[in-house]
Design a protein around this ligand. Sequence first.
Ligand SMILES: [Zn+2]
Length: 119
Amino acid sequence: MHEYSVVSSLIELCEEHARKNNAFKIEKIVVGIGERSGMDKSLFLSAFETFREESSVCKDAVLDIIEEKVELECKDCNFRFTPQNIDYGICPHCKGKNLDIIKGREMNLLSLEMIGETD
Ligand SMILES: [Zn+2]
């Protein structure tokens, strides 16, 4: 399942951030999932529940998922916009059809709340 490999690399990424910041625990993970990423939010959550058990850093972390809208860029006039519906295809600026999805196809780690070493 796609979600499992994405969550697995998300946990690795979180552990890396924790190491760099000398944190021993992550309390909260906020990710953005694009509406065209093909990922299922509930599958993503259950994959997270499974993987965090194996990570001492992420074990007690809460996962917050923010759904990100698709953003398009017109290759003809470089106009960027968020389409109103999923059947997009025409640039509202120049009516061009050369559109690129520049956002909304991936998963992004947005923020982490960590607990550092106490002295
Ligand atoms: Zn355009």
